[in-house]
Design a protein around this ligand. Structure first.
Ligand SMILES: *Cc1c(COP(=O)(O)O)cnc(C)c1O
Length: 365
């Protein structure tokens, strides 16, 4: 019996997913992306787990996120995608938190700091190969190639770039980006290279270079959307049944009266809503699982409640206090995402903080 939704996060499944990716990427090393609180699932717990399973490099988006990971792992490298602000340089250096430098201006600022400290500082440098979002654009790359002394004071830990369409295996863009990345590497001072997100590393050994940096696949999202998912499911979201009522033909359910009852049935109300990240676009979509039975979600998603039609289920199975599985094996993240007209990333990162979060611990290996 429980009165709040439960989000179970299977750390063993995340560790197993890490192993799968590691095997695929080898001999390249496998980092783990922890941004957005490890896609909403808990950067502290997950980085601790992956560190115990051999992960030595963690990527985050912001410096504040790096500090969370640093509290969990004593000595692994933590890399900040968006780079560092000047007032973060000192603390970052002391804590082995490494910036990605995304522009010549960022390179200048960090080399200046390195010189002021009389040190050579580690940094990743992002070369834009077609995202037009982050990293050195072609003109800045050309300047860097022409003036490699701009890197004095830096130990380039890796040249990196980011793929725009890695999950679309029929698009030529990934191969074009690989070509641009390789062309840049040939002209830049030698250093390790890092190109692949989760889907990228499924393009094969020409793409994996020295280090890969998956995020989504660790958390169970399918990196090969047109094929079967090679990853293990990581989360299960369960919501308690609050109330049950009998309904008759012609009655409606919920806000906007969007669901009309076709024949005598029963409606169960579950404690879960869009304030928990169970998106309103899932109104009248998908099925929850109660015991071995599926029950369709009917009516609008409210802020704190959803309604399901349980008319076809045995009475004794559907009682207040019992729970329904809303996201789980019968309906993995990618299926929910499809029903919500979005991607699994948005479903995961949107999951709220009102849940009781339960971490299933991983066996150390
Ligand atoms: C988020 C992110 C990743 C991880 O991508 P996934 O598709 O989740 O594996 C890798 N690199 C960069 C630059 C990112 O922003």
């Amino acid at each position: 019996m429980s009165s709040v939704p439960h989000l179970t996060i299977d750390l063993g499944a995340i560790a197993a997913n890490y192993k799968i990716l590691q095997k695929r990427a080898a001999p390249a090393l496998t980092a783990a992306v922890m941004k957005a609180n490890a896609y909403g699932l808990g950067a502290f717990e997950i980085s601790k787990t992956l560190y115990r399973h051999g992960c030595q490099t963690f990527f985050v988006a912001y410096f504040a996120e790096a500090l969370v990971v640093r509290a969990a792992v004593p000595d692994a490298e933590i890399v900040v995608f968006h780079g560092l602000a000047k007032n973060e340089f000192h603390e970052a250096r002391a804590k082995n938190i490494v910036p990605v430098l995304n522009s010549l201006a960022a390179i200048d600022a960090y080399t200046l700091f390195a010189k002021s400290q009389n040190e050579v500082l580690p940094a990743y440098i992002h070369i834009d190969t077609g995202m037009n979002r982050e990293g050195l654009p072609p003109d800045e790359l050309a300047q860097l190639i022409a003036s490699p002394h701009k890197l004095n004071g830096l130990a380039v830990k890796a040249w990196m770039s980011h793929l725009a369409c890695a999950e679309q295996f029929d698009k030529p863009m990934t191969i074009e980006q690989l070509g641009r990345f390789q062309a840049a590497l040939e002209k830049l001072p030698p250093a390790p290279a890092c190109l692949c997100n989760s889907s990228g590393l499924f393009w094969g050994p020409a793409f994996t270079f020295d280090l890969v940096r998956p995020g989504s696949a660790l958390y169970g999202i399918n990196p090969t959307p047109n094929g079967t998912n090679p990853m293990h499911d990581v989360i299960e979201l369960k919501a308690p049944i609050l109330q049950i009522r009998n309904v008759d033909t012609g009655m409606t359910v919920g806000y906007g009266a969007t669901h009309r009852i076709g024949h005598k049935s029963r409606i169960a109300t579950l404690v879960l809503g869009y304030a928990d990240g169970y998106m309103r676009t899932l109104s009248n979509r998908g099925q929850v699982k109660i015991g071995d039975f599926l029950a369709p979600v009917v009516g609008r998603i409210s802020m704190d409640l959803i309604t399901v039609d349980v008319g076809a289920l045995p009475l004794e199975l559907v009682q207040p206090g019992m729970t329904a599985t809303v996201i789980g094996r019968h309906r993995p993240i990618d299926a929910v995402a499809l029903e919500a007209n979005t991607i699994g990333y948005e479903i995961l990162t949107g999951l709220g903080s009102r849940f009781e979060r339960v971490y299933k611990t991983a066996e150390a290996s």
